[in-house]
Design a protein around this ligand. Structure first.
Ligand SMILES: [Ca+2]
Ligand SMILES: [Ca+2]
Length: 323
């Protein structure tokens, strides 16, 4: 796969990869003015030179391909990247940090509509359905979709891209909704209609080879689930089997905004045979209440045999024993 064209690095502030309509070396009237505070600009025209700061180096045989303007970096979505010594916060050189352009070693090419990676820093196998693109809106500058933080609110409704895998990047309204919700309805329900907003399951298909499943984690970027607000009761199934451990989480979400965030859930041992089968079909629906709630999913990601999360947090609280 080729990673070309408009690329904005994640987590480094104002850093550009040849995403302006002309380079600084050939500025003419009509060119986009580089934003204030720009600390990196890599045209990707046959080298890893940075027009406004320390240059990068091509790692693991990263190369070039035709871009929207001139050439662009050609990354394989696996191990190739451009490294640079850049501290964006201070605009100074400190230590080597890889620059990711819709690419990471844990998730490969974020623009891939589905992807399977073996032996990532996180797991023996990573399977993803859906591109990592905030439902097509893209990510706010500096926002890390794997942080667990909620996105800012975004506009709705939006046009469905037919290339996106079923169940991703589209508004879906629960099947029991019949226009007479018991407790009001949300914007997703009000601004969309059948059949375009029908619920579609999300499917992950993969070949495990000789890999034995010892553990599995599902990561799902969920958006605008509001069961407590509209009195919905979601049922979540994996290969048709009710998954109460997911239902508890989904039914506790209040994503009024609409806003999205990543949730990560370890699968109980009794669901590991489903993972071992090489196909996982995930369905979020409420077939009973008629509640006026719609939702969306940006992507679903399966981690088989977890090594470690790239991001971890600490939760503090009090455990109370039953009286
Ligand atoms: Ca909703
Ligand atoms: Ca997506």
């Amino acid at each position: 796969m080729k990673t070309t064209g408009s690329l904005i690095a994640i987590g480094l502030g104002a850093v550009l990869f040849s995403c302006l309509p002309c380079s600084a070396r050939a500025q003419t009237s009509g060119c986009v003015v580089p934003p204030a505070g720009l600390v990196g600009w890599w045209p990707g025209d046959g080298n890893a030179d940075n027009l406004v700061g320390p240059s990068g180096t091509l790692e693991n045989s990263a190369g070039f391909a035709a871009g929207q303007v001139g050439q662009a970096f050609d990354l394989d979505g696996q191990t190739q990247y451009v490294a640079t010594d850049l501290d964006a916060a201070n605009n100074t050189i400190t230590q080597e940090a890889p620059v990711y352009a819709h690419f990471s070693t844990t998730d490969g090419d974020w623009d891939a509509l589905s992807l399977i990676l073996h032996d990532t820093p996180e797991a023996d196998l990573m399977v993803r359905t859906g591109d990592i693109d905030n439902l097509g809106f893209g990510w706010p500058t500096g926002f890390d979709p794997f942080s667990g933080n909620s996105t800012p609110a975004h506009a709705f409704p939006w046009s469905i891209d037919p290339n996106d895998p079923p169940g991703t990047d589209r508004i879906m309204v629960i099947t029991s909704y019949n226009g007479h919700p018991p407790a009001g309805r949300d914007g997703y329900t009000s601004t969309t209609s059948r059949p375009a907003n029908n619920v579609h399951p999300i499917e992950l298909d993969y070949d495990l080879g000789e890999l034995a499943v010892r553990s599995a984690v599902l990561q799902m970027f969920v958006d605008d689930f509001q069961a407590p607000v509209w009195h919905a009761t979601y049922q979540v199934t994996l290969n048709g089997v009710r998954a109460p451990f997911l239902e508890t989480i989904i039914n506790a979400l209040n994503q009024t905004g609409p806003i999205g965030k990543l949730i990560s859930v370890a699968l109980p041992a009794e669901f590991l045979p489903q993972v071992q089968s090489g196909s996982l079909v995930i369905d979020f629906d409420d077939p009973t209440t008629g509640a006026g709630d719609g939702y969306a999913i940006d992507f679903v990601k399966l981690l088989v045999n977890l090594k470690s999360f790239t991001q971890e947090g600490t939760i503090e609280g009090t455990v109370r024993l039953p009286e």
